[in-house]
Design a binder for this molecule. Structure first.
Ligand SMILES: Nc1nc2c(ncn2[C@@H]2O[C@H](COP(=O)(O)OP(=O)(O)O)[C@@H](O)[C@H]2O)c(=O)[nH]1
Ligand SMILES: [Mg+2]
Length: 344
């Protein structure tokens, strides 16, 4: 490749990124760094997609926390109108999408709610419909990808992140928590949180967090950010700090109050106001920073390059091993035996 250097002298460089390539600095500016602005403009035009799932028993504050995170009514609060609605007979999975815009950056945010999870008397295998939903999204993406005439941009409904709500018992993880996270952490990024942390004292909170980390380790549950996917030493240092703090003890609220002359999101009680975004009060701000401000792209990258990739490789290998390439296909497009089994 010949590169023209529009400075004093036309200079010619070789294409290999050898020491000579950088000789250009001596002669003048080529403008390679402008690619960043071009990428930024393209990304702004396209917008972003982020799909976040919330799992946990009814009443743990899932909808409230989603509204707190995105500062608007992104997730409907359960109204509890009828008996039927209060205790769904099975897990329903509901997606609601919203277009959010901030400083010219557009994001299509999809919140996937799973009302009914863990609300039954017998909660055995209640992780299965959620696993199935996640695999159906991978399958849809795969089918779009292998189409001969494929779309320029494949719509991405893959679940990028699953926030798992642990009830603030102060004891240890329950079998249902372990069961869910053990299965699902193999197919999706799990971020566990301690729900309604304002109900725990500081000592109870610290003890509970430590106990949960021990339980996760003992059960070999690999939550986000996974150690094995740290990209370099810098990444490792940042992620190690996060791993030491997880699970975040969060408080959610969509009500604003006047505190010291400022309007803040909080929960007002007789003895004071819990400020949701104040890190001296709870760890909501750390969760928000992780999900939105520092790790959103990484969460999407791991979904695509690790979780989806595992699904894709396995599905394509399976297709190759079938004598006639045919499989029993479930009504939702996923091979029958595949619906629950994508976990290695
Ligand atoms: N104490 C406390 N209550 C909360 C918190 N978040 C939500 N709630 C309350 O818990 C109830 C259930 O909340 P909701 O978001 O509908 O729970 P969901 O069923 O998990 O979606 C509502 O009355 C909320 O106001 C919290 O962090 N602390
Ligand atoms: Mg809800």
């Amino acid at each position: 490749m010949w590169v023209f250097c529009p400075t004093l002298y036309p200079c010619v460089l070789t294409s290999g990124f050898s020491a000579e390539t950088y000789q250009c600095n001596i002669f003048g500016y080529v403008g390679i760094d402008a690619i960043l602005e071009q990428m930024r403009r393209k990304a702004m035009k396209q917008g972003f997609e982020f799909n976040i799932m919330v799992v946990g028993q009814s009443g743990l504050g899932k909808s409230t926390l989603m509204n707190t995170l995105f500062k608007s009514k992104v997730s409907r609060r359960s109204l509890m109108t009828s008996e039927e609605e209060r205790i769904p007979k099975t897990i329903e999975i509901k997606s609601i999408s919203h277009d959010i815009e901030e400083k010219g950056v557009r994001m299509k945010l999809t919140v996937i709610d799973t009302p009914g999870f863990g609300d039954q008397i017998n909660n055995e295998n209640c992780w299965q419909p959620i696993m199935k939903f996640i695999n159906v999204q991978y399958e849809q993406y795969l089918q779009e990808e292998i189409n001969i005439e494929r779309k320029k941009r494949i719509p991405d409904s893959r679940v990028h992140c699953c926030i798992y709500f642990i009830p603030p018992t102060g004891h240890c993880l329950r079998p249902i928590d372990i069961e869910f996270m053990r299965h699902l952490s193999k197919v999706v990024n799990i971020v566990p949180v301690i729900a309604k942390a304002d109900t725990l004292t500081l000592e109870e909170r610290d003890f509970f967090k430590q106990k949960i980390r021990e339980d996760l380790r003992a059960n070999e549950i690999d939550i986000y950010p996974q150690k094995e996917f740290d990209e370099d030493a810098e990444d490792r240092i940042i992620n190690e700090k996060i791993r030491e703090m997880i699970p975040f003890a969060v408080v959610g609220s969509d009500q604003e109050y006047q505190v010291n002359g400022k309007r803040l999101l909080g929960r007002k009680t007789r003895w004071g106001t819990v400020e949701v975004e104040n890190t001296a009060h709870c760890e909501f701000a750390y969760l928000r920073d992780l999900l939105i401000r520092t790790h959103m792209q990484n969460i999407k990258d791991i979904t695509s390059s690790i979780h989806y990739e595992m699904y894709r490789v396995r599905r394509l290998n399976e297709n190759n091993t079938q004598p006639n390439g045919q499989q029993a296909i479930h009504a939702n497009g996923v091979p029958e035996h595949e619906v629950l089994s994508h976990e290695m």
